[in-house]
Design a protein. Structure first.
Length: 453
C-alpha cells in the first residue's frame, strides 16, 4: 500500500476553507503569544455552490419573515412532508398530510440516525456533532456544511431586532464562544459567510492557557464583536474583569435569570440575549417581555400533550414539537423537544410563553399546596444565579444548590419561603463559579413526582 492510499485523519486548512485564499488571520489567532492551547481544528468547508445556498437560505427566510397563522399551516409544509415521505426512510409510509405523522423523540434519532438521512443528501458533505447528554444520553446529530453554517444568518436575524449586525472581513473577530468547563474542544476558525472573519471557541479553564492572564489578554486583543456562551461561562468571564466592547452577548443552553442578565449588561454595556436553541435544529427563539420570540419561519411549531400523541389548541401548555429545517441529514417531522410552553401569535409572530426546559415539576408545601416550578423560576429570576438544582425529598424538604459568586443562602431562603408560603424546610448550598465548572444545567426534581400526576 503506497502512502497516497493511507486513510486521511484530518483535512488541511485549505480544505476547511476552500473559498478563502488568505488564511493569515487564522494563523495569527492560533499562533498569538496569548493564544490558548487549542485542541481542535474546525472550518465551515463551504464551496461556491454551498455558500450560494446559504445566502439563498438567508434571503428566503430572513430578508422578509412570514410565519404561519393559527388557522393556516406554512405554505412550504405540504411539499416538505411529501419530500420527507419520498426520500427519508424513517418517514416512508406517511403522506403529505401532517396528521399522518406521529411524534418522534430523541430516542428515535439516537437509535436510528441513518434512517433520518434523505436519499438526496450528499454523503461527501456529512458532518457529525453530538449533544453533551446533560439532559439525557449523548446524541449524534448529522449535518451538511450549509445546515451547519445556517446558525449565522439565524443569529443575524436576532441581532437585526436590536439594530445590530456582525461586520465581516479579514482581521475582524466576529464571534467567540466562551466556555468555563473542566474540558471541552477549543479552536480558532474563520467564517466564509462573514468574508473570513474569525470565529473562536475558548475555555477559560486555566489549564487551557500558558499563563494565568493569557485568557484575559487574548480576548482583549481580539475583542470579539459577539460573545456567546451560557450563564456559567459569562459569570466566570465577568470575574476576569476583561476590557471588552462586544456589540451583544448571546446566552443559551441554560436559563438566564434577570439578575444575571442585568449584571452582565451593566458591566459589558451591551444587550444580553437569551437564546433558545437545540443541536438538532439550531436556533429557534429568543426571550422578550412577551415570551420567546420565534425567529425561524422554516420551522413549524406545535404544542402536544406530554403523554398522548395529541396536539393541543393555541394557548394550552404542553410539550413543544418541531417540524422543518434545512438539514437533509436530519429532517424533523413532529420532533418532541422535551421543553414545555404554550404558543401565542402576536402581530403575526409566534411566541413561546413561559418556556421551561424539560418536564414540568410540581412541588408541595407541608400542607400539600402545589407549587409549579415556573413560579419558582419566576421568583428566582431577579437573583444573579447562573444556574441551580432544586430537589424535593419525600419528607417535602427542599434541597437547593445554586451557582453564583455573590448570592447568599439567606437570599435564596427568603425567596423560596415567599413562594412556599413559609411552609417548607430548606437546605441551601451556594457553589462558587470557576473557570473549570463541572456543574449541570438548571434542573428540577422531586421524589413526590408520582403524587403530582
Amino acid at each position: 500500500m503506497d502512502a497516497s492510499s493511507d486513510p486521511q485523519i484530518a483535512l488541511t486548512d485549505a480544505e476547511r476553507f476552500p473559498l478563502l485564499s488568505d488564511l493569515s488571520f487564522l494563523e495569527a489567532l492560533k499562533q498569538d503569544e496569548f493564544a490558548p492551547k487549542f485542541n481542535f481544528k474546525s472550518g465551515d468547508r463551504l464551496n461556491t455552490e454551498q455558500l450560494l445556498k446559504l445566502k439563498n437560505y438567508k434571503k428566503k427566510n430572513f430578508d422578509k419573515v412570514t410565519f404561519w397563522t393559527e388557522e393556516q399551516t406554512p405554505i412550504w409544509l405540504k411539499d416538505y412532508l411529501e419530500w420527507c415521505s419520498k426520500t427519508v426512510p424513517f418517514y416512508q409510509n406517511n403522506s403529505n398530510i401532517l396528521n399522518s405523522f406521529p411524534t418522534i423523540s430523541r430516542e428515535d434519532i439516537r437509535k436510528h440516525p441513518y434512517l433520518f438521512v434523505s436519499d438526496e443528501a450528499d454523503l461527501d458533505e456529512l458532518l457529525v456533532y453530538y449533544t453533551s447528554g446533560s439532559t439525557g444520553s449523548k446524541l449524534d446529530v448529522l449535518f451538511d456544511s450549509v445546515s451547519q453554517a445556517s446558525w449565522l444568518p439565524q443569529i443575524d436575524s436576532v441581532l437585526k431586532d436590536f439594530n445590530l449586525s456582525i461586520a465581516g472581513g479579514k482581521d475582524k473577530t466576529a464571534i467567540a464562544l466562551i466556555c468555563a468547563q473542566e474540558k471541552t474542544l477549543t479552536y480558532a476558525s474563520l467564517s466564509t459567510y462573514l468574508d473570513g472573519a474569525g470565529i473562536l471557541k475558548i475555555n477559560l479553564n486555566a489549564s487551557d492557557w500558558n499563563k494565568p492572564d493569557d485568557a484575559k489578554k487574548y480576548l482583549e486583543k481580539y475583542n470579539p464583536q459577539i460573545l456567546t456562551g451560557d450563564p456559567l461561562a459569562f459569570t466566570a468571564l465577568l470575574d476576569l474583569k476583561p476590557k471588552l466592547a462586544p456589540s451583544a452577548m448571546i446566552s443559551s443552553a441554560m436559563k438566564l435569570t434577570k439578575g444575571t442578565k442585568e449584571k452582565l449588561e451593566k458591566y459589558f454595556e451591551c444587550p444580553v440575549i437569551d437564546l433558545y436553541s437545540m443541536t438538532e435544529c439550531r436556533n429557534i427563539a429568543y426571550a422578550t417581555e412577551i415570551g420567546h420570540k420565534v425567529i425561524r419561519p422554516d420551522l413549524y411549531l406545535e404544542i402536544f400533550d406530554e403523554h398522548k400523541d395529541v396536539p393541543l389548541p393555541y394557548g394550552e401548555r404542553g410539550e413543544l414539537v418541531v417540524t422543518g429545517g434545512n438539514n437533509p441529514f436530519l429532517p424533523l417531522v413532529r420532533y418532541r423537544t422535551g421543553d414545555f410552553c404554550s404558543l401565542k401569535i402576536e402581530n403575526a409572530i409566534p411566541y413561546l410563553i413561559d418556556l421551561e426546559a424539560r418536564n414540568p415539576v410540581v412541588f408541595y408545601t407541608k400542607a400539600e399546596v402545589k407549587i409549579n416550578n415556573i413560579d419558582v423560576s419566576n421568583a428566582l429570576s431577579r437573583l444573579s444565579l447562573a444556574g441551580f438544582k432544586m430537589h424535593q425529598r419525600k419528607d417535602k424538604r427542599i434541597e437547593f444548590t445554586g451557582y453564583s459568586n455573590d448570592i447568599t443562602p439567606e437570599e435564596i431562603v427568603d425567596v423560596l419561603n415567599k413562594v412556599f408560603k413559609n411552609d417548607i424546610d430548606i437546605d441551601i448550598e451556594i457553589q462558587k463559579i470557576a473557570q473549570n465548572n463541572t456543574t449541570e444545567k438548571t434542573k428540577y426534581s422531586s421524589e413526590l413526582i408520582e403524587a403530582s400526576n
